[in-house]
Design a protein around this ligand. Structure first.
Ligand code: FE2
Length: 181
């Protein structure tokens, strides 16, 4: 990220630059996630189509709102949010969602992995922001709470009566999709 010419009062410029980097990484993640969730909304098939199709849309809306909040926080700190599709692909540190048309269970299995990745990175950001910027940390905490709730909605479809997840131990989306189906 380019250096900041100014930032909000009371925060060191070097600290603000690191905060902007953390925000930008989560902006890539939120933009990627809401697009991926729409892709799932369009590609699920099978007897539970309507339940999963309709469950996904409110998540899309909330995550789009996260992207807006993250981007505006970057601008508030004197930075320039990167929101174009090419910037997402160039800047993200994870792979493209790998499942096309597939059953609801397969997509939910893969989404379990997606949410694991997104939430783990939010948690790391929260830890780092403890010293850097409690205001941005507060935003990350609020967004993580919502993401963890949505992750539970996904996982509730993958859990058996004993509380075991079908996707336990899966390390790739394809593996999780297979395990869930
Ligand atoms: Fe739709």
């Amino acid at each position: 990220m380019p250096k900041l010419a100014y930032t909000t009062p009371g925060i060191e410029t070097a600290d603000a630059e690191r905060v902007v980097d953390l925000l930008q990484d989560r902006l890539f993640a939120a933009n990627d996630l809401h697009l991926t969730l729409k892709h799932v909304h369009w590609n699920v098939v099978g007897p539970h189509f309507i339940a999963v199709h309709e469950m996904i849309d409110p998540q899309v809306e909330v995550v789009r709102g996260f992207a807006d909040d993250l981007a505006e926080r970057i601008a508030t700190l004197g930075g320039s949010p990167q929101g174009t599709p090419g910037a997402i692909v160039a800047g993200r540190s994870w792979n493209e969602y790998s499942i096309g048309r597939a059953t609801t269970q397969e997509h939910l299995g893969a989404l379990d992995l997606v949410y694991q990745g997104v939430i783990t990175s939010y948690r790391a950001g929260i830890k780092e922001l403890e010293e850097l910027d409690p205001v941005t940390q507060d935003m990350f905490i609020a967004q993580t709470e919502q993401l963890e709730l949505f992750h539970w909605f996904i996982r509730a479809h993958l859990e058996d009566k004993a509380g075991q997840l079908a996707t336990a131990g899966a390390t790739t989306e394809a593996e999780a999709a297979r395990a869930a189906s």
